[in-house]
Design a protein around this ligand. Structure first.
Ligand code: AMP
Length: 178
């Protein structure tokens, strides 16, 4: 069976989670199947190789972005760097605040975790409005590094998140579209 179809079969729709009216795309069943995870990681790696995109570090966004993100860093043999929500990282951080539907949220990164001029891959499980990935991109730019590409497992097309990411990188890799 085709990879994209296999990934789709391992994503569960959960209605009205975390709040009324949201259909949550639960990708945790994908993590049960190591063979499928390997194929997914290789798919992303091959896209990077085909486009000759050089990556110096993979940055994963809390928390589901840590799982495939760290595996990807491992196969690319580059550092894996964590972006976390406020107050979770122990050392000196820089921070970027961004607007949610109601209120603001913030993401943080250790300020010494990315070197000047690095080409960074930003990874998260799912692209919705793009606000979270754009906030991650702002952090990378504040550290004087470049966003070589964004990568997600799932994209909710109808929210057009991909458009707001174009400002930071012209490459977004995402196998599964809804
Ligand atoms: P956004 O900033 O709107 O692109 O939202 C992306 C972040 O929120 C990712 O970290 C996702 O894990 C999470 N997220 C947003 N919408 C959904 C959804 N419908 N199902 C699962 N996760 C979601």
């Amino acid at each position: 069976m085709e990879l994209i179809q296999k990934i789709k079969e391992n994503i569960r729709d959960v209605e009205n989670f975390p709040k009324e009216g949201i259909i949550f795309k639960d990708i945790t069943p994908l993590f049960y199947d190591q063979n499928l995870i390997n194929q997914t990681v290789n798919f992303i790696k091959d896209e990077l190789i085909n486009d000759k995109i050089k990556i110096d570090a993979v940055v994963g966004i809390e928390s589901r972005g840590f799982i495939i993100g760290s595996l990807l860093a491992n196969v690319l043999n580059v550092p894996f760097v964590l972006i976390r929500k406020s107050g979770k990282l122990p050392r000196k951080t820089i921070r970027h605040e961004y607007n949610l539907e109601y209120g603001v949220d913030a993401v943080e990164i250790h300020e010494d975790s990315i070197k000047t001029g690095w080409n960074v891959l930003i990874h998260d499980d799912l692209l919705a409005t793009g606000g979270t990935a754009a906030a991650a991109a702002e952090l990378i730019q504040k550290l004087n590094a470049k966003i070589a590409a964004f990568n997600f497992i799932v994209e909710l097309n109808f929210l057009n998140g991909r458009n707001i990411l174009k400002k930071y990188s012209n490459k977004t890799i995402c196998p599964v579209q809804f």
